[in-house]
Design a protein around this ligand. Sequence first.
Ligand code: C2O
Ligand code: CU
Ligand code: CU
Length: 487
Amino acid sequence: MRRRSLIIGAAAIGTAGLAGPALLGRANGGFTPRRGEPFRPLPEIDATRDFSLEAQGGSTAFAGGAPSTTKGFGRDYLGPTLRMRRGTVPIATVRNRTDAPISSHWHGLNVPSPSDGGAHRSAIAAGGEWKATLPVEQPAATLWYHTHVHGRVATDVHAGLAGAIVVNDEESDALALPSEAGVDDLVLILQDKTFDGEGRATYDPGMMGIMHGVVGDRVLANGQLAPVATVPKGLVRLRLINASTGALIGMGWHRPARLIATDQGLLPRPIAVSSLAIGPGERAEIVVDMGQGGEEVLVARAAHASGMSGMMGGGMMGGRGRSSDAGQTLITLRTGPDEGVRDLPERLASDEASPVLDGPTRRFHLAAGMGPMNMMRRAIGSQTMTINGQPYDPERIDFTARRGTIERWRVSGAMMGHPFHAHGVKFRVLDPRRPEETGWKDSVLVKETRDLLVSIDAEARDRVPFMFHCHILEHEDAGMMGQFLTI
Ligand code: C2O
Ligand code: CU
Ligand code: CU
């Protein structure tokens, strides 16, 4: 099978001399990972009514390797997909059966701050419990949830404390999109892993990993390496969630495919795409046309989200790669006897007029910290990451925004790429350069200054702030996060 090669090469790495493990393919001792198992969809929970999640420790043998220490919600690794519906107000009960603090932040779900799970005081101590009322007031979308305890987000998300959220509404019901979960509508939580000689997943950021974000050798889908999904002859929808700590994941395929949704929901109309790249925290939904039957191999490649220079122009992926740049198989779609959905609707959502700016302009400068304090921390082997020169401080509120207004946020990343994300809001990228940057977003890769039109949606109540941060989780843990309130 001919594979599309993905050019995420040395150009994608911002720092000369940084040997990207994903690029070189590390020697893996005696471990030969097993691929090609049947695709196992994640379990689902009806979250249109009250539901509960239980964080636990676990053990997972990835790709037939030795058992790795992992964490999950109600399972050994990752959590169930929460099926939500606009107009419902489920109450979530989250219990912590692990031996360290965890939390559950609903990434992309714009609910009042006490329910958001991102703030310092929303952490759940070992053995503890937290309840969150979740008014679902937004359109159909693929969102996700993950632990958000500052200082241990990267380790615990990498271990598996993450899951998918699928929001539906009346408009999406009426669309005749592929929507049979696990059949023609597949949730793929993407996470990169590095394996040791016995096939144990390892995670050890070290100074370089904190500086540049950790990128593993292989991209797994729901913890499976190159699974094979049997799908109907017809359109197949993939809900892609990048749950990596520091990896930008590029994907390629051959058949006609269309992008139908980005972070916050459906695009007005499908956009033909032959490749895709999503940063940590971002989501995308694509529909692959399997109407001709047979088999389609989707390939993926992980690169440093922090070193995305040269990736954002045209031709990021395509025929001009060296053979070593060919991606690895992410998933194989193989048609079975059933017939699926034939045609994609031309209209998915109504065109919205572009939001009218009526709030202030704010600046966010994301950078590795400087100054004597940081020199000292560096000397003792830690690193500070800052926004506007300041590392995260749970006691500091950076600003207060007015609900219902549209603000302009000018975000820049100085020397590095950073996936910028904020809670309680949604935004439009003012000058989208790729289809993945269109539609309403909540996370976007930023290097040089990008302007976002930010809709201040949710309420920050009871003096619990919303967070804004870099979604390279190593950066967030090192301080690249701030807080805001809304009135
Ligand atoms: Cu994915 Cu602050 O979140
Ligand atoms: Cu979030
Ligand atoms: Cu960053």
